[in-house]
Design a protein around this ligand. Sequence first.
Ligand code: ADP
Ligand code: ASP
Ligand code: MG
Length: 457
Amino acid sequence: MIVMKFGGTSVQDARAIERAGAIVTGRLEQRPVVVVSAMAKVTDQLLAMARAAGAGDRKTALKLCRSLQERHYNTAGELLGTALFTQFHGDLGADFETLEELLRGIAAVGELTPRTTDYVSAFGEILSSKIVAAAFSALGMKSALVDSRDWLVTDSAHMRAAPLFEETNQRLQSRVAPLVAAGKVPVMGGFIGSSKAGITTTIGRGGSDYSAAIAGAGLGAERIEIWTDVDGMMTTDPRLCADARRIKVISFDEAAELAYFGAKVLHPATVLPAVQKNIPVYILNSGNPECEGTRITARAPRCRNSFKAIAVKKRITIVDVAAPRMQLAHGFLSSIFAAFDRHRVAVDVVSTSEVSVSLTVDSNESIPPLAADLAKLADVKYEGRKAIVCLVGENLRDTPGIAARVFGELADVKIRMISQGASEINLTFVVEEDVVSDVVQRLHKTFFSDLDPEVFA
Ligand code: ADP
Ligand code: ASP
Ligand code: MG
């Protein structure tokens, strides 16, 4: 059994869904379970309409909803042909009626809670999984639509819910495994789940990769395939640096570090369930299925290059917390972290001095209430428009002088924070956002011009 996950661009229109269908058909002997994202940009649009409704702007919300309806109807119509689409039409229509009703309700109350946000954003995967399952049937596959809210059980932390593995794995065994055993191809949405009380939840942006890994681990899959719009994990984001090259094989640890520090091609939590069960993960291109992609395994072969890749995380804010002299000694750090914890704001990079602590957080977090809370402890400043650059590779562990080469290369760049050592395989620093693409291009040229052919393509 294998799990095949198709991301937003891989199901973005009828042609993409047909291509995904052909890829799955080619692997029927391996008994695939298919996980799909919402069609490209749909989650963003759902969130935009939820926000509009929350701000009381019913007209905008409903207008966005209708354009989404049209796109889904058109795609389904193209894929299914008239006869099949007529049957299917009512089913999609009912979903859009529910969504409209929900938006009207939100607009009437004028308040958008995380719980309602989840209810709205879940429609992306609910709709895409229905269309993909129907399209696969029309292509002659024995597909079986599965509502992921029936198997992915989570806590109630809406918009970033955590899976409850015991319950989830039981449900995978009782509700999904029998379909595979009966020769069917289950098709299910990523990203969505439900709490024990049956309320719809989502597991965080980009979370369909994670859903696929949870399903793969729970079902004991032989491999997990993440089908996306690039040839695999690359030496850096190809949108930032045209010279980016494909990494053929990388370790779980390195991939996790890269994902955490911004390599969007993989959701950071994805590798965890796979590592625990030692299931290899592959990143593959649905637009170029012949390409062998990237294999992520427990142990990667030795590599001649210092690094495997450079990850970048933009939209970062630095928070500086300065205490009176010597106050850092005792209890101060824990009270700072406690404040971050209370506000549920995640910290990426930390550095300290005798009198101050600097931390980076994602600028999407709501920082002012956190800063107000921290101001009770010490002086607080925060500054946005920063970017984290993270160089990753297991060779960092035992190669002296690498940091000197990196910063020597960037002698003219203002570096705001530096961190190395936490995982032994990453060297991380913070720069101004407007210089980050130049920084990455320069580092890429220095460290990835001459590549080890065993590891890079
Ligand atoms: P999907 O919709 O299939 O989940 P995503 O947009 O989440 O796809 O992730 C794929 C994108 O990740 C690529 O188009 C690329 O721009 C970006 N990306 C960032 N860093 C990397 C990297 N190191 N290697 C490959 N892609 C990367
Ligand atoms: N559709 C969700 C998102 O856009 C989940 C995913 O695509 O992985 O965040
Ligand atoms: Mg993704």
